[in-house]
Design a protein around this ligand. Structure first.
Ligand code: HEM
Length: 558
């Protein structure tokens, strides 16, 4: 029998096996390292692992807010991530945020967000003739529309104009006080009627829709100078539709990260007119309003020309935001300006949409939270009642009373802090720059972790406790705190903050002056945890409502 001798070094199968395993793990490790730093520039802030194409998306598990907090705990106050293929940083430290957001180079909006919002608005405008017939210079570009999702020189123009016009038109002062008080009156009439129908019995009601409609109406009237009836069907369609639309979307919705998805049938349906009933209805109302004002101006212009009076001398015609804007469009001769011609009219509609979009849902939601906190904390509601009674008795509450009502102001500021309605806002860099020694290339998205700033346990004493007294000094006077940033800070700070604060004050005090609010099943049954979507939404709740002693005197005064 033939035998074969082994030639060369002996191969140990066990060693081979271990080598193979070692190599396997080495390759996996190298791949993971590569994946982690894939596409991330040198000296970018540390952060969680990313995978190509998706970035951190697979690890977010649908809860961006929770992910922001987790990353802060693991990687610190400046975290580098990739959202899809977009570089982004998350800032959680107040001082870093303040420095960054006061820098012009951090005042952009992320590219994907700009793209998707432009596509959304452009789809709603596709039937508008001015987009089809005007020259290229008059066409809006995706960086140049409105305020909220715009950036660059056109954003500066639109923002500056809106801020100035709203301020000069008495926005936040007497004109808005009048508009809000009218809505308060309609609202209290409606509640009184509901109470009357219950024949004096304490009623348990869901007032969320009524409150929201009142807020939207008052904003509409402030911006357009026109009033809407409380029972107007279009407004409730807008509120329900917009609410559904916004709640369905989250900051990290797939389409926000990959705008091209909109070309696929499923995602495309989000852009179709029929599905976006809320935003579209609002849009239609605004378009109607602009068309009406344009027509009115034309006929006015003709009369003035007949009388040989200079149109731009100012004759009381320019009496609200839309009129003022149309005047600006009429007088704009700079073809590059965002106010020029058809582009100007497009921007007016975008800017109006932005003011409503950014102002209505936020203020209405905050109002709902405000009353939710009051039924959760009856002791605080009592103190609010006491202060209103002391300062105003049974006469109408005015904005002039605000400086005298420290406890009310502290309560509103604590509601704003505790709810943290906007828990993060996205900006982006418009140039290469450094933040705290880290390199951020141009077009890096920046997410400010506002939730952490307003709940930071190293700064706030027992941050999770709802306690208005934290905004009072030892004499019981209201004291503000720079770290309470519900409207953000810096170059893009909310332009409606004074109108929001004043509306909240007037609605809150007027309702509490007249009614006592209770939780039908006791305060302990109330949960104030928000529903997390684009922003924090107030959970729905019922309220037991009854007249306070002042109510009858107020009714008599009216
Ligand atoms: C409680 C109510 C409100 C809250 C909590 C709130 C909060 C905010 C926040 C956090 C921002 C982002 C700032 C940034 O990107 O750095 C913002 C932007 C904005 N808000 Fe408000 N807001 C409220 C009401 C309003 C109202 C009533 C209006 C209009 C009348 C309004 C108009 C805007 C606009 C136009 C922007 C975009 C500014 C820009 O991008 O330059 N907001 N708001």
């Amino acid at each position: 029998m033939e035998t074969f001798a082994t030639i060369g070094p002996q191969i140990n199968p066990t060693a081979l096996y271990f080598e193979a395993i070692f190599l396997f793990f080495l390759v996996i490790y190298a791949a993971l390292r590569w994946l982690k730093y894939y596409g991330v520039p040198e000296n970018f802030p540390p952060g969680p692992p990313c995978v190509p194409f998706l970035g951190v998306l697979p690890f977010i598990k649908g809860d961006f807010k929770a992910a922001l907090q987790e990353w802060r705990e693991t990687y610190g106050d400046i975290v580098g991530i990739k959202l899809g293929n977009e570089l982004a940083v998350v800032l959680s430290d107040y001082k870093v945020i303040a420095a960054a957001f006061n820098d012009d180079r951090c005042a952009g909006r992320p590219k994907n967000l700009r793209k998707i919002m432009h596509a959304f608005f452009a789809s709603q405008h596709s039937e508008q003739t001015f987009l089809k017939r005007k020259s290229e210079e008059e066409q809006p570009t995706f960086t140049s529309s409105g305020i909220v999702f715009a950036h660059g020189p056109d954003w500066v123009e639109q923002r500056r104009f809106s801020l100035r016009t709203l301020r000069d038109r008495g926005f936040g002062k007497s004109a808005m006080e009048h508009a809000v008080l009218e809505e308060v009156k309609k609202l209290t009439d409606l509640i009184d009627k509901k109470l009357e129908n219950n024949k004096g019995e304490t009623s348990s009601l869901d007032l969320s829709k009524d409150f929201s409609i009142s807020v939207v109406n008052s904003l509409w009237s402030i911006l357009t100078g026109e009033k809407i009836a409380l029972g107007d069907k279009r407004v409730s369609e807008i509120i329900v539709g917009t609410g559904k639309f916004i709640r369905r979307e989250s900051m990290m919705g797939a389409i926000m990260i990959y705008p091209w998805l909109r070309h696929l049938p499923f995602f495309n349906s989000q852009f179709s007119h029929s599905k976006n009933v809320g935003p579209l209805k609002m849009r239609q109302m605004q378009d109607e309003m602009v068309a009406m004002k344009q027509k009115r101006r034309e006929s006015r212009k003709e009369t003035l020309e007949e009388r040989k009076v200079d149109y731009f001398d100012g004759d009381g015609l320019q009496n609200d935001f839309i009129d003022e804007y149309l005047s600006k469009v009429d007088s704009c001769r700079n073809r590059k300006s965002s106010f020029f011609g058809g582009k100007g009219v497009f921007n007016l509609q975008r800017t109006l949409s932005d003011l409503f979009g950014a102002g209505s849902e936020t203020t209405a939601d905050m109002m709902l939270f405000a009353f939710l906190y009051m039924i959760k904390h009856p002791d605080i509601q009592n103190k609010v009642h006491e202060e209103i009674d002391k300062i105003c008795g049974a006469r109408t509450v005015r904005l002039a009373d605000k400086p005298l009502m420290s406890y009310v102001e502290a309560t509103i500021m604590e509601i704003l802090r505790h709810t943290c309605l906007v828990y993060t806002v996205p900006h982006s860099t418009t140039d290469d720059l450094e933040i705290d020694g880290y390199a951020l290339p141009k077009e890096t998205a920046i997410y400010a972790n506002m939730w952490h700033v307003m709940r930071d346990p190293d700064y706030w004493e027992d941050p999770d406790t709802f306690r208005p007294e934290r905004f009072l000094d030892e004499f019981g006077n209201y004291k503000s705190d720079d770290r309470n940033i519900p409207f953000m800070i810096g170059k893009r700070v909310c332009i409606g903050q004074s109108v929001a604060k004043n509306s909240l004050f007037l609605f809150f005090t007027s309702i509490l002056q007249r009614y006592e609010l209770k939780a039908p099943n006791g305060p302990d049954s109330i949960k104030t945890d928000p529903i997390v979507g684009f922003i924090h939404y107030c959970p729905s709740y019922n309220v037991e409502i009854s007249h306070r002693p002042n109510a009858m005197d107020l009714i008599a005064e009216e």
